[in-house]
Design a protein. Structure first.
Length: 182
């Protein structure tokens, strides 16, 4: 299960820093828990249409909404491989919109599929900032055949997950990218 603080709260840094993944796993009868942040959205807007009831839980005093289930595969180690997208079954349909004029950071796979960065992360590099993203290509360890590009949009880019499982992957710095659909 994946829980998110958006739009409930701004995820207070002090409470987030106090969370312990193994304690959360034990308290919730899970084999494994991962703290997937701090993480910052890059799109200009998010539209969400819930497909079921809203489940809110509190972890370390932080209210979070259950947003998805991620199929991890047979091992946790396999699920943590950069550039390997697990299927993300979301409890809502999301539409992420990047406005015209917005700079986007994309990965292009050997099959020409394109992945737009949806969030940048401070998980592996706590000093990474949004101003570092234009030069990120030199820090991302791309697999053979992959490329990283930065472009400024001339028209809006819409990434929608309606009626399908989302494909989301992470790079070696844990920045997240959604597969562009159109």
């Amino acid at each position: 299960m994946v829980y998110n603080t958006y739009p409930l709260n701004a995820c207070p840094e002090d409470q987030w820093a106090a969370l312990d993944a193994s304690t959360i796993a034990k308290q919730n009868g899970a084999l494994y828990a991962e703290l997937n942040g701090p993480r910052y959205w890059l799109m200009n807007s998010i539209a969400k249409e819930r497909t079921g009831g809203e489940v809110i839980k509190t972890f370390g005093g932080i209210a979070m909404i259950e947003e998805a289930t991620v199929r991890l595969g047979t091992t946790i180690a396999a699920a943590e491989q950069p550039f390997t997208p697990p299927l993300v079954s979301r409890q809502a349909s999301f539409t992420f919109t990047f406005d015209a004029g917005r700079r986007v950071y994309e990965l292009v796979a050997p099959d020409r599929s394109t992945w737009a960065m949806q969030t940048w992360s401070q998980i592996k590099d706590p000093t990474l900032s949004e101003s570092d993203l234009p030069g990120l290509a030199s820090r991302v360890a791309l697999p053979a055949g992959w490329t990283h590009r930065v472009r400024t949009l001339t028209k809006p880019l819409v990434v929608a997950t309606e009626n399908r499982a989302a494909l989301v992957l992470q790079d070696n710095l844990d920045n997240s990218y959604s597969m562009e659909t159109g």
